[in-house]
Design a protein around this ligand. Structure first.
Ligand code: ADP
Length: 510
């Protein structure tokens, strides 16, 4: 009889991964084989005090994260005996750009977290553009001036919370993105740090020199004492306060959510890319150790830094992807569930010449046309609801294809496969047409937890839980591959039709 009390250290060690998302906190526990052994998730409240403003209470972010960690731990303990010290490390991945400022002495936030979606600093950003800063900021940060990034949110808080600027200048306040806030809480207020991937989304960080940039701090009027230390993505940040989990765990992996997903999808080589199909799409391509400046309006960002080596990525997003399926379901009411779209799309051989361009809020890369609006073109009496549903799914694949083409041109790299995740990646029809259009295989891992997996991998590498990237690549992850079936003339014909449809949606608002 095997002795159940005889525990093999290799088998009983785990990594705790915290996935601090925009609407919910999650905690996942991974074992040596990269298998998920326990999960817990909890939503937290969102606040919108005015149109276009989005806030969260930083205490809700922390309390929900703590609650899911404890719940995941007790779920694991219900399954197996978990000896003290079974957790080799803790990794964090988080919603990016969201801005929190708190008092370094009391730990009290001075204001709610200003969430990445919040547009309150749009006027400030427009002024900076008009003052001619766009080129310089892009050269240093890889970003386009936009309220999306943290810098103008910090300025807003310092200018609008009474006394904040004086306190910041005295060194009494600390700024952090959500990773930094969680590290501060987890270490009992002992560590104020972020990683390079999160820092690269603040618009205050020079992605070439890998440091906070004095010229940018001056432009955004951000006092330096506010800023966290910037560490590699896989490194020792500190230890959790023993009060929290009953013993302390080293925090050794941190990455923004999209970079976390790129790492979790083991896109370790230049030219490897992942696409997350959610409300919108987020595409990231590993471009190696040299940052590439885009000629198509894509962002250049730090993917991760490990052992002194910094890897960069090109990033592009599609504003409306899965949301078009929600629109068919909730506004047009021609679908009862998102999943039904797959069956209906497959029930017709094509769209009967119809294209749907979901430019509900304009078009992003590579068009950058805020004046574009949605269009359904090529209609005839032969088009019915099934063709429109099919055209909507195809629009997600076409838009992704456009961003990928721009990325490959910018990077001069050929894609060998596209790794995918996100809610809409459950749709087999969508992924097959995606493979057909881009003419490379589309790979969907059975476990879609790429983001948390990335945080676990980064944390595990730092403590030799996994020896190196090869060990991560070799780890078996079951997946489904979608293999291209179209020839060149079909691809060209379909894409030509799509681009004609896009042309008709453009420059619509007057
Ligand atoms: P987010 O993280 O942006 O909220 P998710 O990754 O949870 O998004 O994915 C949800 C989106 O995916 C929704 O917009 C939904 O319409 C779409 N979606 C979910 N399942 C399917 C499906 N089977 N086919 C097509 N779209 C889907």
């Amino acid at each position: 009889m095997p002795n159940n009390n005889c525990i093999n250290a290799q088998e009983t060690q785990y990594i705790l991964a915290l996935d601090a998302g925009t609407t919910s906190s999650r905690c996942l526990i991974f074992d040596h084989n990269g298998q998920i052994r326990a999960v817990a998730q909890q939503e937290f409240p969102q606040h919108s005090p005015r149109s276009g403003w989005v806030e969260q209470d930083p205490r809700d972010i922390w309390q929900s994260q703590l609650a899911v960690c404890r719940r995941a731990l007790s779920r694991l303990e219900a399954e197996v005996k978990v000896p003290t010290g079974a957790f080799a490390a803790l990794g964090i991945t988080n919603q990016r750009e969201t801005t929190i400022i708190w008092d370094r002495h009391t730990g009290e936030p001075i204001y709610n977290a200003i969430v990445w979606q919040c547009r309150r600093s749009a006027d400030h950003c427009r002024e900076l553009q008009q003052s001619g800063y766009a080129e310089m900021i892009r050269a240093k940060t890889g970003l386009v001036i936009d309220p999306y990034f943290s810098a103008s949110k910090i300025t807003w808080m310092l200018d609008n919370v009474p006394g904040a600027r004086e306190r910041a200048e005295r060194g009494d306040l600390l700024f952090g993105t959500v990773d930094t806030w969680l590290i501060w809480q987890l270490t009992g207020g002992r560590v104020h740090a972020t990683d390079v991937s999160n820092a690269s989304r603040t618009m205050l960080f020079n992605i070439h020199d890998l440091c906070w940039d004095d010229e940018l701090l001056k432009i955004f009027r951000v006092p330096r004492p506010l800023l966290p230390n910037v560490l590699p993505s896989s490194a020792l940040y500190g230890h959790t306060d023993p009060e929290i989990f009953g013993h302390s765990i080293p925090i050794t992996g941190v990455a923004g959510d999209q970079q976390g997903a790129l790492f979790g999808q083991v896109c370790f080589r230049p030219g490897q890319a992942k696409n997350t199909y959610g409300t919108g799409c987020f595409l990231l391509m590993n471009t190696g150790t040299t940052p590439i400046v885009s000629r198509h309006g894509l962002l250049t960002t730090v993917a991760w830094q490990i052992g002194g080596e910094t890897v960069y990525a090109l990033e592009g997003s599609v504003f409306t992807a899965g949301a078009v399926i929600q629109w068919l379901r909730d506004e047009l009411e021609i679908l009862s569930t998102a999943a039904e779209s797959e069956v209906i799309a497959k029930s017709v051989p094509d769209t009967n010449g119809c294209y749907l361009v979901p430019a509900f809020t304009g078009l992003g890369a590579p068009y950058w046309d805020p004046y574009a609006r949605g269009a359904i073109v090529g209609l005839s009496r032969r088009v019915d609801r099934r063709h429109i549903i099919r055209a909507a799914l195809e629009s997600m694949a076409y838009q992704t294809c456009d961003v990928l083409t721009a990325m490959q041109e910018d990077a001069g790299l050929e894609l060998s496969a596209l790794k995918v995740d996100g809610g809409a990646a459950a749709n087999n029809f969508l992924l097959q047409i995606q493979a057909d259009l881009i003419n490379v295989p589309v790979i969907r891992p059975d476990s879609v937890e790429s983001t948390a997996r990335g945080a676990a991998f980064l944390a595990g590498l730092a403590v030799n839980f996994w020896p190196d990237a090869d060990a991560l690549t070799a780890m078996t992850v079951n997946h489904t591959a979608f293999i291209p079936t179209w020839d060149k003339s079909r691809r060209t014909k379909q894409l030509r039709g799509w681009h004609r449809a896009v042309a008709r949606s453009r420059d619509w608002l007057i």
